[in-house]
Design a protein around this ligand. Structure first.
Ligand code: MSP
Length: 510
C-alpha cells in the first residue's frame, strides 16, 4: 500500500488581509507536501480559514458587512493568495461549513460523555486578539498602565457561565505523550517551553462563551457557542471525514505534521492532544513550529504601514525566488528579518550565479558542441565520481532534513553540490576540451547534466515552476521527475530544447 502523509497549515483568521507571515506557513507546508509526493507518498495537504469567534465578528462589524458575507470575502482572498503562491493544497476547509459544525458537535459530545466537560463559571482575563485566556501571573503592564498579554495583546476581564474542559486531569498523560514521542514537538526549544508549561500545572480550560453568537452552538446548551480554538483545531479531523470512521480520508489520520507558528504552539501541543485523547482519538504525530518574520527588523503592523503582501512581493521578485528566499534565509524554527537587499542577494548569488549559470553554461555547451543532444557517459575519472556520488547522496540527506523540517539545511546540502559542480566545470574547462579532446568534453558535459538533474529533481518542491523549466531543458520527461526516477539514467542522445536562462539576475528598476 502507498505510504500516506497528512500535512496541515493553521487555518487563517479572516479578520484581515493575508500577509507574508501567513504565506510563509503555507509555503513551508507546501514544500513538504510536494517533497513527499515526489518521494512516493499519497499526500493529503489541508489548509483553509478559521472564521468564528469574537475577533472575526468584530472585524465584520468594522467592515460594515454581514458576518457571513465578510468571511466569504476574506476566505476567498486567502484562497486566492494561496493559489497565487503555488500552495498545492488538496482541500480548502472553512469552519463555517455545515460538515465542520457537525464534526465539532460530535467531538464535543464524545468528550462530554467521558466526563471531561462540565458546566461552571468563568471569571478572568481574555484577549480577543489572541482568542486566548490568560492567568493573572502571565500578564504585564504596558506604558499606559493597562494589563497586557505576554503577546502584547490587550486583555479584558470576562465573567460568564461557561463549560470547562478538565485539562487539569491531563497533565500526566500529556507528559507521557511527549516522553513516548520525542519528535512530537519541534524544534526542541519549543518542546522545552511546552514541557515547562505543562509541568507547571494545568488549569481547566473554558471551552464555551455566552456573550456573542458567532460560533458553533454547544449541543443542548442554548446560549453557549464553542470556544473558537476548540472549533478551529477540530478542522484537522473534519477534513479527514470525522465523525465517520468509514470516511475515505479517515485513514490519513493521525496527521503526520501540523505546521504552526510559535505563537500557537500551546493550542496545538497541549489543548489539541488532550481534546483528542479525551475523545478516544489518536493525537497527531508532530507539531512543527516556526519563528516569525519581521520586516527590516520591525514587527509587521498596520500602524507602521510595513505589512508585506505576498502577491506583491512575488510580483516584484518572482514567486519561486520568494519561496526560495523564505525557506533559505532563516532556520525554520527561528525568527528572521525580511528585507529587499537580502532577497536580491539570494537571487543574484545563489539562484542566478550558482545555479542559473551552472545550468546555462552546461546546457549551452551541449547545445553548441553535442548537436543539442544529451552526450553519453565516458570513462569516469576520480573527479567525475566524486561529484556524481555527492549528487546521488542528496536524496537521503535532503529527505532527513525535510523530515526534521530544517529546510535551510536541505537547501545548504543541495548548494554544496551546486558549488562543487561549479568548481568541477571550471577545473575541467569543457570549453577548452572542445579543441583538444571532444570525447572527454562530452563525458564532462554528461557528468554535469546528471548532476544538475539530481539537484533540480530535489529542488522541485521549493521552486516548482523554474525548476520544471530547467528539467524540460535537460530532457527529463514530466513523469520521470520523482526521486525514485533518479535511479534510471537519462537516455543518451535525448534531443534537448534550446537552453534558456531560468534564473535572471535582479536588476534594480531605473
Ligand atoms: N486561526 C488561528 C490558527 C488556528 S489553527 C487550528 C491563527 N490564525 S492567524 O491567521 O492569526 O495565524 C496563522 C499563522 O500565521 C500562524 O501560524 C502564525 O504564526 C502565522 N503568522 C502570523 N504572522 C506571522 C509572521 N509575522 N511571521 C511568520 N508567521 C506568522 O492563529
Amino acid at each position: 500500500m502507498t505510504k500516506r502523509f497528512y500535512v496541515t497549515t493553521p487555518i487563517y483568521y479572516v479578520n484581515g488581509a493575508p500577509h507574508i507571515g501567513h504565506a510563509y506557513t503555507s509555503i513551508a507546508a507546501d514544500v513538504l507536501a510536494r517533497f513527499k509526493r515526489l518521494d512516493g507518498y499519497d499526500v493529503f495537504f489541508l489548509t483553509g480559514t478559521d472564521e468564528h469567534g469574537q475577533k472575526v465578528e468584530a472585524a465584520a462589524r468594522t467592515a460594515g458587512l454581514e458576518t457571513q458575507t465578510y468571511t466569504d470575502k476574506i476566505s476567498q482572498d486567502f484562497r486566492d493568495m494561496s493559489d497565487a503562491m503555488g500552495v498545492s493544497y488538496d482541500q480548502w476547509i472553512r469552519t463555517t461549513e455545515q460538515r465542520h459544525k457537525e464534526s465539532c458537535q460530535a467531538l464535543w459530545k464524545r468528550i462530554e460523555a467521558t466526563g471531561d466537560i462540565y458546566l461552571g463559571h468563568y471569571e478572568g482575563w481574555y484577549s480577543v486578539r489572541d482568542e486566548a485566556f490568560y492567568d493573572e501571573g502571565e500578564l504585564t503592564t504596558n506604558a499606559a498602565g493597562a494589563k497586557i498579554a505576554p503577546t502584547g495583546a490587550p486583555v479584558e476581564w470576562v465573567k460568564e457561565p461557561s463549560y470547562f474542559f478538565r485539562l487539569s486531569a491531563w497533565q500526566d498523560r500529556l507528559l507521557k505523550l511527549y516522553e513516548e514521542n520525542p519528535d512530537f514537538i519541534a524544534p526542541s526549544s519549543r518542546k522545552s517551553e511546552v514541557l515547562s508549561f505543562v509541568k507547571g500545572g494545568l488549569h481547566d480550560l473554558s471551552v464555551s462563551r455566552t456573550t456573542f453568537n458567532w460560533g458553533i452552538p454547544v449541543p443542548d446548551a442554548p446560549g453557549h457557542v464553542m470556544y473558537v480554538w476548540l472549533d478551529a483545531l477540530t478542522n484537522y479531523i473534519t477534513a479527514a471525514g470525522f465523525p465517520d470512521p468509514a470516511a475515505e480520508k479517515w485513514s490519513y489520520w493521525p496527521a503526520d505534521a501540523h505546521f504552526v507558528g510559535k505563537d500557537i504552539i500551546r493550542f496545538h501541543a497541549v489543548y489539541w492532544p488532550a481534546f483528542l485523547m479525551s475523545a478516544g482519538i489518536e493525537p497527531p504525530k508532530r507539531i512543527s513550529s516556526h519563528g516569525w518574520w519581521v520586516v527590516d527588523g520591525e514587527k509587521m503592523s498596520k500602524s507602521l504601514g510595513n505589512v508585506v503582501e505576498p502577491r506583491a512581493l512575488a510580483k516584484t521578485f518572482g514567486l519561486d525566488q520568494i519561496r526560495y528566499f523564505l525557506l533559505r534565509e532563516k532556520p525554520f524554527g527561528a525568527d528572521g528579518s525580511l528585507n529587499h537587499q537580502a532577497i536580491i542577494s539570494r537571487m543574484n548569488v545563489e539562484l542566478a550565479n550558482d545555479l542559473g549559470n551552472l545550468a546555462q553554461r552546461s546546457l549551452s555547451l551541449i547545445a553548441r558542441n553535442c548537436e543539442g543532444k544529451l552526450p553519453g557517459k565516458g570513462p569516469a575519472t576520480a573527479e567525475d565520481t566524486a561529484l556524481l556520488d555527492a549528487a546521488y547522496a542528496l536524496p537521503d540527506l535532503v529527505r532527513a532534513a525535510m523530515d526534521r523540517q530544517t529546510f535551510h539545511e536541505a537547501l545548504e546540502d543541495i548548494w554544496k553540490v551546486i558549488r562543487s559542480a561549479n568548481a568541477y566545470i571550471d577545473h575541467q574547462a569543457p570549453w577548452a576540451l572542445r579543441k583538444t579532446d571532444t570525447v572527454r568534453m562530452a563525458a564532462v558535459l554528461r557528468v554535469l547534466a546528471d548532476t544538475i538533474r539530481a539537484v533540480a529533481t530535489l529542488l522541485q518542491p521549493f521552486m516548482p515552476d523554474s525548476i520544471g523549466r530547467m528539467l524540460d531543458q535537460l530532457g527529463v520527461a514530466p513523469d520521470q521527475r520523482t526521486f525514485a526516477a533518479l535511479a534510471v539514467p537519462l537516455e543518451d542522445g535525448t534531443p534537448l530544447p534550446a537552453p534558456q536562462g531560468v534564473f535572471p539576475r535582479y536588476v534594480e528598476p531605473a
